[in-house]
Design a protein around this ligand. Structure first.
Ligand code: FES
Length: 234
């Protein structure tokens, strides 16, 4: 079983968990984490924050029993990990803007590392976190605390925009990009059970009919989906 190397608190209720080993995954994919033996039985889907030669990391906010149990893990503890799952962000041969809000910044660090020269736009309602990692990985980093990070983005000059975060932020971004021709890829979050497309818990409606966020997503073209309240808020 994989072993935890560290579980650091970065801000109130926000932790980064590092697990030792060789792991695979593309930007925007996720793993199912299970750091407990009893209740709750289900694993928690958490996006890849980073993968290095010696391990993988996950950024998460404590928001319930499962993540409380994760936060109690210490170096040396073992953890159940399955993945990677989901489709991830597409490879883009050009300039990409990464726009994240709050915990939605989590999958964008690995995207910044996998892309050639991405600019990161990071919005936080309060205490920011993980900024040093983004400064090392992205070509440039803009941070907005308490305001609207979408206002800081000028889409001209970008070949694509990747986003993850609160629905109002992603909706504002979709509106801003309307008519620009710049494709927007959104990473969505929904409650999951199996994580592999078998239980339908995470189904969402798209222009092409119902899709499963875990298996057909979590990344979709923004114009394919209704950015509505059915999705969980980051
Ligand atoms: Fe089971 Fe998506 S979580 S189908």
């Amino acid at each position: 079983m994989p072993v935890v190397t560290s579980n650091r608190k970065l801000a109130s209720d926000v932790f980064v968990l590092e697990v030792e080993g060789r792991f695979e995954g593309q930007m925007g994919q996720f793993y199912m984490l299970r750091g407990w033996d009893d209740y709750p039985l289900l694993s928690r889907p958490i996006s890849i924050h980073d993968i290095g030669p010696n391990g993988i990391s996950f950024l998460y906010r404590v928001a319930g029993y499962g993540t409380e149990r994760l936060a109690r893990l210490e170096a040396g503890d073992s953890i159940g990990l399955e993945g990677p799952f989901g489709n991830g962000f597409p490879p883009i041969d050009g300039k990409v803007a990464l726009v994240g809000g709050g915990m939605g910044t989590a999958p964008l660090l690995y995207a910044a590392k996998q892309l050639k020269a991405a600019d990161a736009y990071l919005g936080f309602s309060r205490e920011p976190f993980a900024l040093e990692s983004f400064e090392q990985a992205a070509a440039s980093v803009k941070v907005n605390v308490g305001g609207y990070i979408v206002d800081d983005l000028d889409p001209s000059g970008y070949d694509a925009v990747f986003t993850c975060g609160p629905l109002p932020m992603m909706r504002a971004l979709a509106k801003k990009l309307e008519g620009t021709g710049v494709p927007l890829y959104v990473s969505l979050e929904k409650r999951m059970a199996c994580g592999v497309g078998a239980c339908l818990v995470c189904s969402c409606s798209t222009k092409h009919g119902n899709r499963k966020v875990c298996a057909d997503g979590p990344v979709f073209r923004a114009e394919e989906v209704e950015l509505n309240e059915e999705f969980d808020v980051h």
